[in-house]
Design a protein around this ligand. Structure first.
Ligand code: AMP
Ligand code: MG
Length: 417
């Protein structure tokens, strides 16, 4: 029996093909570092300075010469101070100490720091007493952070293709970068299609439903740093759709739509894109989200998602967002979702042939172990399942049954959105 139905493409193949066919669309721009959160880095960042830049103290205390400690049998003179940004610029005399603050440079001659809590200082801190047991357990180099122990000048601290997190931006700032070369935000036009749809805020006609997908799409796109144009609702009408897509393609890098990509009479997206450009992929072996379409109009990438709200979110998070991040230059290795092996706390049976994601949560069972529970319904129309979910359970193409206790893969949603 053939595993994948004819006409459907496995998600991994579909992603391989899409990554190969869709170029990096977004040009680079230099952006102030404070605006770079979430952006795709388009340069390597090579350290210009070592961090720490000098040997410095990890603690507030007193810097001493370790070889002097054995000879101490009374008060020790404190002959100077080294503060962060204000180093002591002499050499530590034999048998003496220097008051030192966290982050301050270790004075010449000193090679250990005793923390202030372990000494007794007189009122003006000109003299300290160090108990014999403190001396005995003070080791050479104690509490010293070495020049370059974090970063050495010349190290590559960030590589092109990274999606910038707070710590990445911080390490670049620590190298004195005021701006970074990042991908310009992709310009994405978004609209929902369907005659049944009404705009939230407007009255709901009989039999109508409010358009919710547009807001899911806009949210996903903004979370990956796209510059979104909300083009609202379009009717299931060939000419209306053709006009709107042709227009949007002129001024956007990407068009993202929901609805109208299946095989019904009102499913016009595919012929419309064919009339203006070409369809490059259609129908994935996934559930939910099967009729997903990819195409292009001129240089504008088009992704048409099916109308069911869960399909929009699942295929958006697992196919479209990685593809758009790739189009901004993100390294592919950073785009695979986190998949955590966990025990199933549920039984599930199904037809094989598609990769399926069940809406899930992790809960602690009676033995204190975490296991996944799944939402009662697998319907791709039930948006409440995505609101309930904290993650997705991935059921592989060839798996027809999951039993309680089986190992399954859990994809945390917070890693995807
Ligand atoms: P379609 O893919 O256009 O056949 O739509 C599939 C299902 O999703 C239908 O039940 C639609 O009513 C629903 N749907 C389509 N578009 C939206 C939308 N923008 N918001 C909420 N539901 C939608
Ligand atoms: Mg429709």
């Amino acid at each position: 029996m053939q595993l994948i139905k004819p006409g459907l493409t496995k998600l991994t193949d579909a992603l391989d093909i899409a990554f190969a066919e869709v170029p990096v669309i977004a040009p680079t721009e230099d952006r102030p570092i404070s605006d770079c959160y979430g952006a795709v880095l388009r340069q390597d960042v090579v350290a210009k300075v070592s961090v720490p830049s000098v040997d410095n103290s990890a603690m507030d205390g007193y810097a001493l010469r370790h070889a002097d400690l054995a000879g101490i049998d009374g008060p020790v003179s404190v002959v100077g101070v080294s503060l962060a940004g204000h180093p002591y610029d002499g050499t530590l005399p034999k048998g003496a100490a220097i008051r030192i603050a966290t982050g301050a440079a270790i004075p010449d001659g000193a090679d250990c720091v005793i923390i202030q809590e372990n000494v007794t200082a007189n009122a003006d801190e000109s003299v300290i007493e160090i108990a014999a047991d403190v001396i005995a357990r003070t080791s050479l180099h104690q509490n010293i952070r070495w020049q370059g122990e974090d970063i050495k000048a010349g190290d590559t601290v960030l590589s092109a293709g990274a999606i910038l997190r707070p710590q990445d931006i911080a390490i670049a700032a620590g190298q004195g970068c005021g701006t970074l070369s990042v991908a310009r935000a992709l310009k994405v036009a978004v609209f929902s299609t369907g005659d049944e749809l009404a705009i939230p805020g407007d009255p709901l006609p009989p039999g109508g439903i409010y358009d919710s997908n547009r807001f899911a799409m806009i949210g996903m796109l903004r979370s990956i740093g796209c510059d979104v144009t909300d083009l609202g609702l379009l009717a299931d009408d060939f000419d209306v759709l053709q006009g709107a897509l042709a227009d949007a393609a002129k001024s956007h890098d990407v068009i993202m739509t929901s609805g109208g990509v299946s095989v019904g009479k009102a499913d016009l997206l595919k012929p419309v894109v064919e009339s203006l450009g070409e369809i490059t992929a259609w129908k994935l072996a996934i559930k939910p989200g099967k009729p997903l379409m990819r195409g292009k109009i001129g240089d504008c990438l088009v992704v048409g998602l099916p109308g069911n709200p869960v399909s929009v979110l699942v295929s958006g998070l697992l196919y479209v967002m990685p593809l758009l991040r790739h189009a901004m230059g993100a390294d592919r290795s950073r785009l695979a979702p986190t998949r955590i092996p966990v025990r199933s706390g549920f039984d599930f049976k199904r037809m094989t042939g598609r990769r399926e994601w069940l809406r899930a949560r992790l809960v602690q069972n009676d033995d204190g172990e975490f296991e996944a529970i799944a939402f009662a319904s697998t319907s791709s129309g039930m948006l409440s399942s995505m609101v309930w979910a904290e993650g997705l359970i991935e059921v592989p193409e060839d798996c027809g049954q999951v039993s309680k206790g089986d190992q399954v893969l859990y994809l945390p949603l917070h890693g995807l959105q």
